[in-house]
Write a protein that binds this ligand. Structure first.
Ligand SMILES: Cc1ncc(COP(=O)(O)O)c(C=O)c1O
Length: 405
């Protein structure tokens, strides 16, 4: 046995235990795309999907991807430097126009886009300032920048969503340039970043603000332009990163900024330069969804908001704890790993797919079910989810009195 097998044996004992008792809840092999799905013929509705506008399986999106395959194939065998197409350029121009930025750069994943921004910007003159509940892509990009020989940016954290804490950190930073990294919507908690206050602090202290709006683009703001539109701060945030893996029907990342900043990322970011280009069928899918937003975003976003408000009201009426959520992402707090996994399996049996988020995905005592409302869910599906959740959660003592042991 090699040391790595030994390491896996020791570190993943809890995973092996879960598998041997049939309780392992992850990596289920779905038999098609979309929120109505099946595994081994067992039908489920997915309530943990990030397909917030329900457009991923839209016939026009699929048709556009098919057409793009005929012309461009599934891949371009190289990075953007030598494998950019007219479709990539069109998508970038239209994204920049829709979201109100000078330039946009399309990358192959959202994770890669964030690494690219951080690594293009950060050097020994930079302090990176992160919310302490940051997504892995912000953490990993920052760790890379802090650990890269010759760069070694300073890395500091502030208390989640606290402009006061951010200000303290910025005022005590060691390097002259500060890059503040926050999110439009925090994906595990479903709470919005407090961007007006954070923007103000950045403006006061000369820090550059970068907002990861992967979960806000296409879902927040009357026109779906995201967290900046929602808060009325468009034009005041220099950098936004987003992802196609939620509203935009595929995978991919986008960096929005000024022409100069986007050019810096385009020419200096190794995660962008040394990784293959986004396949054109996926570009075509994103372009088709962007077209739908250009034509009809107000109605699409309004429908998502109506369904979210409906679900939130019903869940709160039944006594569910939705943590800090104030968006379409509304985690059902279970606060116990075993209960979260048991609840997942019981829901699964009843055709409801809710991903459990156990420790160590979140802190002990903050274990939860990931519940995301999408425009694609019908009101009947939302009702059924509430009914079944209520029945099982009451049985398990999560709501309505003392737990049944
Ligand atoms: C906040 C946030 N940023 C970035 C990403 C990464 O996006 P992608 O899946 O395209 O790599 C995600 C996706 O999980 C996310 O939730």
């Amino acid at each position: 046995m090699t040391w790595i097998d030994e390491k896996a044996r020791v570190e993943l004992e809890y995973i092996r235990d879960a598998k041997s008792t049939g309780m392992y809840p992850f990596y289920r092999p779905f038999e098609r795309g979309g929120i109505r799905n099946s595994v081994d013929g067992h039908q489920v509705v997915n309530y943990s999907s990030n397909d917030y506008l329900g457009l991923t399986m839209h016939p026009k999106v699929i048709e556009a991807a098919h057409k793009a395959i005929d012309t461009f194939g599934c891949g371009l065998s190289s990075s953007r430097v030598q494998a950019t197409t007219t479709m990539h350029v069109e998508l970038e121009e239209r994204l920049a126009k829709f979201f109100g930025f000078e330039k946009a750069l399309v990358t192959t994943t959202g994770y890669q886009a964030m690494l690219a921004v951080i690594m293009a910007a950060a050097d020994k003159d930079t302090t990176l300032v992160l919310d302490n509940l940051s997504h892995a892509c912000i953490l990993d990009g920052s760790f890379l920048a802090a650990g890269t020989p010759g760069r070694q940016a300073e890395l500091r954290f502030f208390n989640h969503n606290s402009a006061k804490s951010l200000k303290r950190v910025l005022e005590s930073r060691e390097r002259k340039n500060a890059l503040v990294l926050v999110e439009g919507v925090y994906s595990l908690d479903g709470d919005m970043g407090k961007l007006p206050e954070i923007t103000e602090v950045c403006e006061e202290t000369g820090a550059v603000l970068c907002v990861d709006d992967a979960h806000g683009s296409g879902t927040l703001g009357k026109h779906g332009r995201g967290a900046l539109e929602h808060f009325g701060i468009e034009g005041r945030v220099p950098l936004v990163v987003t992802a196609f893996s939620k509203v935009f029907g595929g995978i991919g990342g986008v960096v929005f900024g000024s022409e100069d900043t986007v050019d810096l990322v385009k020419h200096n970011a190794r995660s962008f330069l040394f990784s293959a280009t986004l396949p054109v069928p996926v570009v075509a899918a994103a372009l088709t969804i962007l077209e739908m937003l250009e034509k009809d975003s107000v109605a699409l976003v309004a429908e998502l908001h109506e369904k979210s408000a409906y679900m939130r009201k019903r869940l709160l009426e039944r006594g569910f704890d939705l943590g800090n959520s104030n968006t379409h992402i509304m985690p059902v707090m279970v606060r116990d790993t075993t209960k979260a996994i048991l609840l997942h399996h019981m829901l699964w049996e009843k055709g409801i797919y809710l991903v459990p988020i156990p420790y160590p995905g979140v802190k002990k005592g903050e274990e939860r079910m990931r519940l995301n409302v999408t425009r694609g869910h019908t009101y009947e599906e939302l009702d059924r989810c509430v009914e079944v959740l209520t029945e099982l959660a009451t049985m398990g003592g999560l709501i309505g009195g003392a737990p049944s042991e």
